[in-house]
Ligand binder design. Structure first.
Ligand SMILES: [Zn+2]
Length: 72
């Protein structure tokens, strides 16, 4: 054990991933975030691009009002 690890016993080890995988994680996270944003803030049920059901709209309806998105 080196003296550095002795002086910082609780120091976290950085997670190192290749840039190609980092790009995948960033793109995937952004895509999921945009999908959540769409379903909570934009999707109205009647003009939904995923069919004519209001299931998702009803599910996120309270969150939509809580976050201040225009609704009805
Ligand atoms: Zn509403």
């Amino acid at each position: 054990m080196s003296s550095d690890s002795m002086s910082h016993p609780t120091a976290a080890t950085p997670v190192v991933i290749p840039a190609s995988r980092a790009v995948l994680w960033l793109a995937g996270t952004a895509l999921i975030a945009l999908a959540i944003y769409y379903f909570v803030g934009v999707d109205q049920g009647a003009v939904s691009v995923f069919g004519n059901n209001t299931l998702i709209h009803e599910f996120v309806h309270d969150g939509r009002h809580f976050l201040g998105f225009p609704c009805h």
